[in-house]
Design a protein around this ligand. Sequence first.
Ligand SMILES: CC(C)(COP(=O)(O)OP(=O)(O)OC[C@H]1O[C@@H](n2cnc3c(N)ncnc32)[C@H](O)[C@@H]1OP(=O)(O)O)[C@@H](O)C(=O)NCCC(=O)NCCS
Length: 430
Amino acid sequence: MNFSDLREILHYVPQFRGRTFVVALDGGVIDSTDFSNILLDLAVLRSLSVKVVLVHGAAAQIESLGRKRGIPLSNLDGTGTTDEATLEVGMDAISRLGNAIMQSLTTVKIKAATANAVHAHPAGILKGVDTLFTGAVERIDAGVLQSFLDEDILPVVPPLGFDADGQILRVNSDAVAREVGVALGASKILFVSLRDPRDETGGRVRQWTAEDALGFVADRPDLPAGMLSKLRHAARATRDGVARVHLVGSRTPDALLAELFSNEGVGVMVYSDAYQRVRAAAGGDVDELYLLIHRAIEDEQLIERSRAEILSSIEDYIVVEIDGNIVGCVAVHPDPASARAELACLYVKRGHTGQGYGATLVAAALERARQRGCREVFALSTQAPGYLVREGFVRCDDLGILPPERLEKWERSGRNAVLLSRPVSDAAAK
Ligand SMILES: CC(C)(COP(=O)(O)OP(=O)(O)OC[C@H]1O[C@@H](n2cnc3c(N)ncnc32)[C@H](O)[C@@H]1OP(=O)(O)O)[C@@H](O)C(=O)NCCC(=O)NCCS
């Protein structure tokens, strides 16, 4: 770790202080060796004054107890039919698991209490089948949870609910986590499972809006059931006011902290707030911009620019920021005489590449050039002409299209940069 990582980490500390996070652990995680690390991460979060509520699943424990007793089970995760025998096994397994969790929390000196805060009603007949003792969450007793949190006690919420007659019902823990998060006005829900959500979802997009997440789920009904369930609940939670829902694999070293204290995280995130945004740069960004591109200038990927030069044309810069940290930039220098603009200083910070930020910045630069009355955009590149070709630029041998002072600068620099150009919009090419 270097000191710039520390800056990134510390940036989050005041943002998290006093906030409520719901950590939802799959039962399998609690039985795994990863659990000890997660306990330590929970202790760190609490030491930073984050209010943590633990919700847990129990499918793995119910399956194992059912097998041990030779009882065929009608459902494991609280989504299908829960017959009487399965409910009985479920209640025993969940009660044992609850004791084990309490014991483990004690070892890391966390005061905890089981909270029976889930009011449920029978889920009823779904797709023509009576789900018997499966429950649907009706409401969460937020007052009980809040009073524990106020006393610095970590509430542990098991996947069981109670109906108005006191009947116990098996509920799905992903649904419980969502409802608890919404009821408490939590700023985050973290779903932790054994499987790595990045491996399971594939692709390079790791941050979704609720709409994108639901679109992805609709296109991929083949995803494992646990992942589908978590993405659906994540999308609904963000629509109901939880700013961010994270899906993390417990096998990743320091999973929770690595997800929470880095801009890109290690898992998959569904968000409702302005997690990332592309905006025009302002005078106050000059130092951050200079620090950002300095390394690329040293590596000769970008041409030299002083702080003063950046400041004098700051209105030409566009930045992409994540949680208020600038992670990429591009500049658009218009030449009204030729109705052409130069795309320059395109840069995405290491550790953030390959996520589409470069393409986002190029698109924003083309739009900016169009707004400034330009029809064409050119770029001079020594190390990334291939990237610009991917973005619709074509090589151009006619250096005569450059504004005279730019041509002179090109000749003086001796960098032999390749000239590429493209129209500001695909429509303009026709
Ligand atoms: C070039 C750069 C801006 C791309 O940013 P980015 O956010 O990673 O870009 P995207 O996420 O939109 O695209 C990533 C894709 O481009 C490809 N790519 C990245 N750099 C490339 C290059 N120099 N030539 C060809 N392809 C390149 C990646 O391999 C990746 O391919 P994949 O989608 O098939 O996996 C970034 O790598 C960078 O800042 N490089 C150093 C500075 C530089 O060279 N700037 C360009 C000056 S014109």
